[in-house]
Ligand binder design. Structure first.
Ligand code: C2G
Length: 131
């Protein structure tokens, strides 16, 4: 069984997220999604989420491509996660291109997938604000 992992905030979950999760799952048989906690988002990414961690977790867990959801509470946890969950492949959108290549040292394949154009949580908020 090939095990894949990916990380994200997944606020106001949209088709760009689904497209990423679909392609990540296609790289293996089991997909672990690590969702940023509310504290991590605020303290480390200065992101104020519309949905709480529990709400974002429920939405991602409802996605057919997802097998397990766990919290992201630090930038450093990736090195441990890939061993704890016996990960073969680490996947991120290519806005993170190169940022996580160090995981190759842990024996993990690192894959960056093209982002889905024209959609983002920020864009949704902007469009709704401007009407
Ligand atoms: N994504 C995408 N296309 C979009 C929007 C997002 O492919 N139009 C991808 C991102 O590249 C990322 C995933 O969907 O791989 C989740 O996106 P975000 O929720 O914005 O995640 P981010 O805030 O970048 O957090 O430790 C890593 C961080 O937790 C990543």
């Amino acid at each position: 069984m090939k095990r894949v992992i990916t990380y994200g905030t997944f606020d106001l979950m949209h088709y760009g997220h689904i497209n990423l999760l679909k392609r990540a799952k296609a790289l293996g048989d089991y997909l672990v999604v690590v969702i940023s906690s509310d504290e991590f988002n605020w303290n480390e990414k200065q992101k104020k989420c519309y949905f709480t961690y529990e709400q974002r977790k429920a939405l991602v867990e409802a996605c057919r491509y997802v097998d397990l959801v766990i919290p992201e509470t630090s930038w450093e946890q990736k090195r441990e996660d890939v061993h704890e969950y016996h990960i073969d492949t680490f996947v991120m959108g290519n806005d993170w291109e190169g940022e996580f290549d160090f995981l190759k040292e842990e024996g993990v394949e690192v894959v960056y997938l093209d982002r889905t154009p024209e959609i983002s949580t920020t864009q949704i908020k902007t469009d709704l604000t401007n009407g």
